[in-house]
Write a protein that binds this ligand. Structure first.
Ligand code: GRF
Length: 211
């Protein structure tokens, strides 16, 4: 089956770009059917357009106090683009059941911590404050929990003396750009499955992907 990927972003879209560039370099059997941002000023929209990918904006500010309507409108846009897999890449909105239900088992996200540690925001500062010697990123299935869906793969980096949230974020981001395209490729090729009840080869895959 040829996959149709929809990527949802909110900002610069460097993970999105890493995925698109790997897909083009390796001629993945997949199409990018949509890049959608909830923020009209997201720089990643321009990057996507330069790659010839259809873009759209669904501004969450137009849905103040009507979160479930935003979720339904988003589901409609992504569905009408024909997406078979939804890739969240720095998408800074929490998705409710109006989106997660119709796409159950078909949404992945990258989070800049070694989940289950530090769901939510400010992950790098929290890792530093906790005195952690290792930080990293996680690709996981998206369900109705906040950053709580099944872990598909992780990559680690050291926390170095003198690190601040920015230096650590930069080090983690290098791994994000390696890990996320690898996981999406493996999903497309069927080496990794998002279906409930299947066991992801987490640790083994993590070591492979981090190479
Ligand atoms: C990344 O660190 C990602 O893990 C987090 O938000 C950041 C997005 O960066 N969810 P970019 O837009 O992909 O450059």
């Amino acid at each position: 089956m040829r996959h149709a990927l929809a990527i949802l972003i909110s900002g610069r879209g460097s993970n999105m770009a890493a995925i698109i560039e790997r897909a083009q370099a390796e001629s993945w059997p997949a199409d990018f059917c949509l890049v959608l941002a909830n923020n009209p000023g997201a720089p990643g929209l321009q990057t996507a357009a330069e790659h010839g990918i259809p873009t759209a904006v669904l501004n969450h500010r137009d849905y103040r106090g009507r979160r479930s309507e935003f979720d339904s409108a988003l589901a409609e846009r992504v569905q009408s683009a024909g997406a078979t897999l939804v890739v969240l890449a720095g998408f800074m909105r929490i998705l409710g059941p109006g989106f997660t239900q119709p796409f159950a088992g078909r949404i992945v996200n990258i989070h800049p911590s070694l989940l289950p540690l530090y769901p939510g925001l400010n992950t790098h500062q929290r890792a530093i404050d906790a005195g952690d010697s290792v930080a990293g990123c996680t690709v996981h299935l998206v369900d109705k929990s906040l950053d709580g869906g099944r872990v598909l793969a992780q990559a680690e980096v050291p926390v170095l003396p003198g690190d601040n949230a920015h230096t650590l974020a930069d080090r983690v981001l290098i791994q994000e750009h390696r890990l996320y395209p690898s996981v999406v490729r493996d999903l497309i090729d069927g080496r990794l499955s998002l279906e409930e009840g299947q066991t992801a080869p987490n640790r083994q895959f993590k070591q492979e992907a981090a190479k």
